[in-house]
Ligand binder design. Structure first.
Ligand SMILES: Nc1nc2c(ncn2[C@@H]2O[C@H](COP(=O)(O)OP(=O)(O)OP(=O)(O)O)[C@@H](O)[C@H]2O)c(=O)[nH]1
Ligand SMILES: [Mg+2]
Length: 377
């Protein structure tokens, strides 16, 4: 079946496994940074942090989610390192490398950096910037020296701080990792592997929007093609699969999801008549902006309804029978239609416009308890 093939292709677009290599001298802060990237507190940290050096001399391989592996090592060049066979194998599979440096530039690190770079895209991360809080100019100079040793542009070096994860630390955490985190998210989004990592993050709404909005925009374009039904369904099914992975860490089969989008939408389709139905059929006779905006709104309502369902901790088992999901979808469809009355064509195609609107709707429905809102309307 044509749709089957399309969905298979879409599924394949999402990576199956993610491997990140973190390389840097002993005590430069690799474990602390990993905790910070994964939004951990001191109490629930995932990676052991120690002030005394030499605690982690071997390469460590952390399997930290259903599909994420992290190689954490003080050096790649030392062949006597325990786990070296395993390390070599993982090296060849790396999706991304984080090369962590700190303190004054050190030529001895250059070969380590080159070795990592042979295997994958590498972000250079200068950690412990707090040590330079009272000497900002010195920080720029040190980073420039590192940049020239490693032969990279100084502006591409991330500046981070991940202080305070030691068990006996009494102060607050000092975390400055937003830029690095955003860089990692963006890179993995392009590789279609972000959801594997995002599943392990606490803040899910932002990542859900990164799944929903591209699908919504894709559908607006697709509704102008003759095969819109097939392509819209394939895009919706794979977005629902990705949302489910984000919350539950597993991929559902196509057959489990196949009827979900149309059944969730059926309420809205019934209520809003032919305009809504039109988006489910190829607009072979005439094509207009209304058809595109209906496809957009309907797709957005279905996906945000699924997001709200998952965010409340529910699964998608038997979700196609859920009247509440349908009601939320219908309500969202109405809210979106109202908002679109004042939107321009440019808005309809804008990622920011959809992200802001859908994020707002999702948050308000989650706050006020979706069922209450549904009953009001
Ligand atoms: N001031 C400051 N200290 C940091 C920072 N990052 C980590 N540390 C401290 O540095 C020490 C070592 O941190 P770890 O995260 O264990 O470093 P590591 O690179 O994983 O060390 P090994 O696994 O032993 O190689 C700990 O006392 C951390 O609290 C930082 O950004 N600033
Ligand atoms: Mg460590």
């Amino acid at each position: 079946m044509l749709v089957d093939k399309e969905i298979d292709q879409k599924y394949l677009e999402y990576g199956q496994h993610l491997t990140i290599g973190v390389v840097g001298k002993v005590s430069c802060g690799k474990s602390s940074l990993l905790n910070a990237i994964f939004e951990k507190t001191r109490e629930d940290k995932k990676f052991e942090v120690a002030a005394t050096s030499g605690t982690t001399t071997k390469s460590q391989i952390h399997e930290i989610g259903p599909d994420v592996t992290i190689l954490d090592t003080a050096g790649l060049l030392d062949c006597n390192t325990a786990n070296s066979e395993k390390t070599k194998k993982i090296l060849s599979k790396l999706d991304l490398g984080l090369f962590i440096i700190s303190g004054s530039a050190d030529k001895a690190q250059v070969d380590e950096y080159k070795k990592l770079k042979e295997n994958c895209e590498v972000f250079v991360v200068f950690n412990r910037v707090d040590e330079y809080d009272r000497k900002k100019k010195a920080l720029d100079k040190v980073i420039e020296q590192w940049a020239s040793y490693l032969d990279v542009d100084a502006n591409t070096i991330y500046r981070t701080c991940a202080a305070g994860y030691d068990d006996d630390d009494e102060g607050d955490l000092d975390l400055r990792v937003q830029d690095l985190q955003a860089g990692i998210f963006k890179y993995l989004q392009n590789k279609k592997k972000l959801v594997l990592l995002a599943h392990l993050m606490k803040k899910k709404l932002q990542h859900a929007m990164a799944i929903i909005v591209p699908c919504v925009l894709l559908c607006s374009g697709l509704s102008l093609l003759p095969l819109s039904f097939v392509s819209i369904t394939a895009a919706q099914v794979s977005a629902i699969a990705a949302l489910n992975y984000l919350y539950h860490g597993k991929w559902l089969s196509k057959s489990e999801l196949w009827f979900l989008a149309p059944s969730i939408a059926s309420g809205a389709v019934g209520k809003f008549g032919f305009l809504a139905i039109k988006s489910f059929f190829p607009p072979t006779i005439y094509i207009d902006v209304i058809a595109a905006s209906v496809a957009l709104s309907l797709t957005a309502s279905i996906l945000v309804a699924v997001l709200i369902h998952l965010h409340k901790g529910l699964t998608l088992d038997n979700a196609f029978k859920s009247a509440e999901l349908q009601d939320i979808c219908t309500l969202l469809y109405k809210k979106i239609a109202e908002e679109l009355k004042n939107a321009s064509l440019k808005d309809l195609q804008s990622k920011e416009f959809w992200t802001n609107m859908l994020h707002r709707f999702a948050e308000s429905l989650l706050d006020t308890s979706a069922t209450d809102e549904v009953q009001k309307h």
